[in-house]
Design a protein around this ligand. Structure first.
Ligand code: ZN
Length: 262
């Protein structure tokens, strides 16, 4: 009975909140990494985006104005992560807040001897457990061109959200029954320690050195690379790439020839 109500509600939203074709096309064209997806996957993504936009409020901060194109671009990138996952990964919170620029976050952190410090810092994005995702629009816009920026802010913050489904962000998202947590931990820890050592040795890495900040950032940054530059992740950390194909149920590197045809 409950499932029937949910299905009815879903179909009603899909019927009444459709995204106009020109807007959908414009959003897809502004995100070139989506060229690897088939027509039927994009149709499914479009449904996910409609449901996401009906479920979440994408609101502006500091007098900014969020256009329909911005909303769809943000929603598309959020939904790419969960395209083959249960959409309930994003349950339990409601808002995406978009700033006109980097914003000041009140950060609290603990040093090695356990003293808690506070500092104010301008940041491009933030995901809060049980709370909103916060994004700086210029950084979302810059993320559309991976070759130039080497980052994808929306994928990064929503990877944190997926990670937070099992509590605080720690680099270990909720795993399905067939994946032993030890295998996840072992693969990720080995790769993280390897990457950390490279960054500490002063090596210039093709992957953003911010990934060395913590296991949580490692998961978020490598998720960006997985979707936006999959062959890079496959070349740098093939075991992590394999683990992510299993986790996200996608294999983007196997399709990168489609990017060249685009
Ligand atoms: Zn982060």
């Amino acid at each position: 009975m409950f499932a029937a109500i949910r299905r009815w509600r879903r179909n009603r939203i899909l019927a009444t909140s459709a995204i106009p074709d020109p807007l959908w096309r414009e959003a897809l064209e502004s995100l070139p990494f989506l060229a690897i997806y088939t027509e039927s996957e994009l149709a499914r993504l479009r449904e996910r985006v409609v449901l996401f936009l009906s479920d979440k409020s994408i609101v502006a901060a500091e007098g900014f104005k969020v256009t329909p194109l911005m909303r769809v671009m943000i929603a598309i990138q959020a939904c790419v992560l969960t395209l083959n996952l249960d959409p309930r990964f994003y349950d339990g919170w409601h808002n995406v807040i978009v700033y006109p620029d980097e914003f000041i976050a009140d950060l609290e952190y603990e040093d090695e001897i356990g003293v808690v410090h506070r500092r104010n810092e301008a940041i491009a994005g933030e995901a809060m457990p049980g709370g909103p995702v916060v994004l700086s629009w210029p950084d979302v816009e810059a993320s559309a061109d991976w070759t130039a920026s080497g980052m994808n802010l929306v994928i990064h913050e929503f990877a944190h959200k997926i990670d937070m489904r099992s509590g605080e962000a720690n680099g270990c998202p909720p795993l399905s029954a067939e994946m032993p947590p030890q295998k996840w931990q072992k693969t990720m820890t080995m790769a993280y320690e390897h990457f950390l050592a490279r960054v500490e040795a002063g090596e210039e890495t093709a992957i953003d050195p911010y990934a060395a900040d913590s296991p949580a950032e490692f998961f978020a940054v490598l998720s960006e690379v997985f979707f936006a530059d999959p062959t890079l992740l496959q070349a740098e950390y093939p075991r992590v790439y394999q683990l992510f194909t299993w986790f996200y149920r996608q294999d983007p590197a196997s399709r990168t020839e489609l990017l060249l045809e685009h």
